[in-house]
Ligand binder design. Sequence first.
Ligand SMILES: Cc1cc2nc3c(=O)[nH]c(=O)nc-3n(C[C@H](O)[C@H](O)[C@H](O)COP(=O)(O)OP(=O)(O)OC[C@H]3O[C@@H](n4cnc5c(N)ncnc54)[C@H](O)[C@@H]3O)c2cc1C
Length: 328
Amino acid sequence: MALSELVEEVDVVVIGGGIAGLSAALYTARQGLRTVVISIDIGGQLTYASLIENYPGVEPVKGLDLAMKVQKQAMDFGAQIVIDEVVKLAKEGNSFVVETRKGWRFRSLAVIAACGKAPRRLGIDVEERFVGKGLSYCVVCDGPLYRGKEVALVSFGEKGVEGVEFLAPLVKKLHYVVPSEKDRSIETAKRFSNVEVYPGYRVVDIYGENRVKAVKIARQNEEKILEVDALFVEIGFETKIDFLKPFVDINERGEVVVDIYGQTKTPGLFAAGDLASTPYKQAVIAAASGVVAALSAINYINKLKGISKSIKADWEKKRGKVKKGFRL
Ligand SMILES: Cc1cc2nc3c(=O)[nH]c(=O)nc-3n(C[C@H](O)[C@H](O)[C@H](O)COP(=O)(O)OP(=O)(O)OC[C@H]3O[C@@H](n4cnc5c(N)ncnc54)[C@H](O)[C@@H]3O)c2cc1C
């Protein structure tokens, strides 16, 4: 069967594995709803924040560690995590069909869009062809797949430091491509004997039949070909929500307009976190708005299923055996 024919039926699809999406999934899964989180990476913008010092009740914590904790909570309640990009959304009657770049299709009763920002692309022609085929925008998600191999990483700053420290002990050789000649991550990279640094270079091409086999990097008149099994790109974020546009209103700040319940103009489609028109872009607010959207989605689904009782708070988890979530 072709991948595009595969349809998995769930109650809720959460788009985005940042703090908003993971918090939403924790709530919907805890209420016994079959929940899948589809995300290009885990942690979203939080992975760029070196230390979060203003998350109530939590000692200063690395952004990624905070996201990983919420991911674990959500998975412990049965949420399923799929590392992929949502490229298409459709509504058929009361259900949504969510399609991913790798060709997976999920049918759900509700969708929570929490795709605040997507990892920034390199912007080269062949890029899309290699996504998921050796080209990754998430070192933490896909790095372990390349243990003992030769890989390239394009990054800078704090994110570059984290990427190098994560990959260097895992891989045989790491080619570290830094757009700037002077960057604090270069010092870190030089501490590892298996890391070669290319300051001031950018990736200009990717080669391979079905997977990444090599990349071309360039600086002024110099060019080099690096033979690698994977290319990791962590160069910031951009908003990419074309697939949502037919179903939502967008305000003058480019945010998806929601009411106080996280509801968009399409019944069953909720939005949360930095993507939504909620004020103040902060981790705790993103998490809370994810929870608002989740509780609203639970009530919406209950109504569709003919359950008249609506929940106002979530103080008790749904009884019954909790199925542990898994990650694809
Ligand atoms: C450098 C930096 C430092 C910060 N420091 C702090 C701080 O100290 N305290 C604080 O409270 N806040 C801080 N913030 C803000 C905070 O990180 C954000 O407000 C919060 O992380 C937003 O979470 P989110 O889940 O709404 O969106 P995001 O974190 O943007 O997550 C969106 C997720 O959706 C995924 N995605 C996007 N498009 C798609 C798609 N089509 N298909 C599948 N997945 C998709 C992305 O890969 C990502 O995982 C900081 C932000 C940055 C960038």
